[in-house]
Design a protein around this ligand. Structure first.
Ligand code: PEP
Ligand code: MG
Length: 548
């Protein structure tokens, strides 16, 4: 499944996620003291490397990596490793046993602690690799040329340090169109294919070409094929760049095009791509892996940066969407069997009134007006959130429509707030009962599913009746054909990764509102995602002309 358009090619780098387990019962020959020193030196080196990489990366990645560095020298683990060595266990095996036990305890506790289990496993493997002279798991350091990163899946911690200059493309076995890998690849503007079974079997170092539009992944392609594909992609990009100005259909129906950002560092790209504002500022991305709530000053600075990037434009800040795939350490949760169905989003936010007060007050202090809540299920919740915002002087209050109940009763929610924004990523996850990070069910996450289009239509009709804006800020808005369909369904603004803006702007400008409406009707008239896409495209002839 292609999830971030463009052609990327280069040598494959298959992300190693674990090193082999050191044999059970392994012992050492020298002195216990020497073996302990060897283990301590390796732990210190790994902690130092993680910290150094954090310093180099800065920002959010620095927090993630420094927290991991602290874990590598956790006093409890150090004592355990030393005592295993005292009992005759070789250093690599001692590290394996101590860290594995700790990792399993964390994994069993679920919630935020459970999600830290992977970090402990990662430290363990790095230390063992060092002690046994094996290749270090993780990302390559200073590659000679951009590589195609192949992995089973990519977590925020894996990707925190990635540079657009080093990675030519991503290929993962897991994931879907709305998974972390897809969102991150689009925000970096790097081509990506997800849900590609067997990808990690690609031999390391062989040349790979990735087409993030069609989803094709070719191993050892002919040089001429690479040159042709790159030439066509470059020509298309140049053609799209000639369309500029605010988003509108060919007959002048305005559809403001906004940007999704997760970090003030992405604002420059959004401005450069001609975004007319920010439709979704994912504030939780600023604070992933913080153990303490962020300070008021820090929050005000981040929100102000977004407002200043778009003076006069709309900037919609979303309150913290912690939980499930976006754990926040400072909003801890008890173990939940189904975190995606638990206290995430607004539910979690409401449980921590001091954190909520701090964020809403920081937004008011920064001069924000448009604020919206994630994961709202009922009109009652929408009314409560609106009250909290208005009490603090925030005047333009919205809610995301990400839960089918909210879409079905959008009119009641709209009676309480000033606008809605449809999060098609979670709306698909909850409508189809299909985990957005799981490759095996990624076809159910296809935003062309007619049932999802029905939920969008229901919401847009309710918004039109209420005379209030209805945006889409899920990944669906980044597909130029679907963007036309969404406009045809009555969606009033579209928000997407800055890298998707040019294609969506050109696609809309090539069709009238009537064509968009006909495409929307045709898509909803089918019963499968593939048919809906084909039918809609048949009504949107300009897409083929633009090679979209
Ligand atoms: C969505 O669910 O569509 C959305 C935009 O929010 P997120 O992807 O951050 O959950
Ligand atoms: Mg969501």
């Amino acid at each position: 499944m292609g999830v971030s358009p463009g052609i990327g090619h280069g040598p494959s780098y298959v992300l190693t996620v674990s090193v082999p387990e050191p044999p059970e019962g392994a012992t050492y020959t020298g002195e216990a003291e020497q073996e302990k020193e060897r283990a301590m030196a390796a732990l210190t080196q790994v902690a130092g490397e993680l910290e150094a990489r954090g310093n180099q990366a800065g920002g959010e990645a620095e927090e993630v990596l420094k927290a991991q560095a602290l874990m590598a020298e956790d006093p409890g683990l150090v004592v355990k490793v030393r005592s295993l060595i005292d009992r005759g266990t070789a250093a690599p095996r001692a590290v394996f046993e101590a860290f594995t036990k700790y990792r399993d305890v964390l994994a069993g506790s679920g919630g935020y602690l459970g999600e830290r289990a992977a970090d402990v496993g990662d430290i363990r493997d790095r230390v063992i690799a060092l002690l046994t002279g094996q290749a270090m798991p993780g990302l390559p350091v200073a590659p000679e040329e951009p590589y195609v990163l192949v992995a089973r899946d990519l977590a925020p911690a894996d990707t925190a340090l990635l540079s657009k200059d080093d990675v030519a493309a991503f290929v993962t076995e897991e994931g879907g169109p709305t998974s972390h890998t897809a969102i991150m690849a689009r925000s970096m503007g790097v081509p990506a294919v997800v849900a590609c079974p067997g990808a990690t079997g690609i031999p390391p170092g062989v040349r790979v070409m990735v087409d993030g539009t069609s989803g094709d992944v070719r191993v050892q392609p002919a040089e001429s094929d690479v040159a042709d594909a790159v030439g066509a992609a470059t020509a298309r990009k140049a053609a799209l760049a000639t369309w500029t100005g605010p988003g509108a259909t060919a007959d002048g129906h305005p559809v403001p095009l906004l940007a999704n950002v997760g970090d003030p560092a992405e604002l420059d790209a959004a401005v450069a791509a001609g975004a007319e504002g920010v439709g979704l500022f994912r504030t939780e991305f600023l604070f992933l892996d913080r153990t303490e709530p962020p300070s008021a000053e820090e929050q005000v600075r981040a929100y102000r940066a977004a407002l200043e990037a778009f003076p006069g434009g709309k900037v919609v800040v979303r309150t913290l969407d912690g939980g499930a795939d976006k754990p926040l350490a400072f909003l801890p949760t008890p173990a939940e069997p189904n975190p995606a169905l638990g206290e995430r989003g607004l539910r979690r936010f409401a449980r921590f009134p001091e954190v909520m007060d701090a964020q809403l007050s920081a937004l008011a202090a920064a001069g924000a007006s448009s604020v919206m809540a994630p994961m709202v299920a009922t009109a009652e919740e929408a009314a409560w959130f609106a009250g909290q915002c208005r009490d603090r002087g925030l005047t333009d209050v919205g809610v995301m429509i990400e839960i089918p109940s909210a879409a079905l009763r959008a009119g009641e929610l709209l009676a309480e707030v000033d606008f809605v924004s449809i999060g098609t990523n979670d709306l698909a996850q909850y409508a189809f009962a299909a985990d957005r990070g799981l490759g095996a069910v990624s076809r159910l996450q296809d935003p062309w599913q007619p049932a999802l289009l029905d939920l969008v239509a229901t919401t847009a009709i309710a918004a039109a009746r209420a005379g209030k804006p209805c945006g889409v800020c899920g990944e669906a808005a980044a597909d130029p054909a679907l963007a036309c369909v969404l406009a045809g369904l009555g969606v009033t603004t579209l928000s997407m990764a800055p890298s998707a803006l040019a294609a969506v702007r050109a696609g809309l400008a090539a069709h009238t509102l009537e064509q968009c409406e006909a495409a929307a009707d045709a898509a909803r008239g089918r019963s499968s995602a593939a048919d809906a896409r084909a039918q809609a495209r048949a009504h949107l002839p300009g897409l083929a002309r633009l090679r979209l």
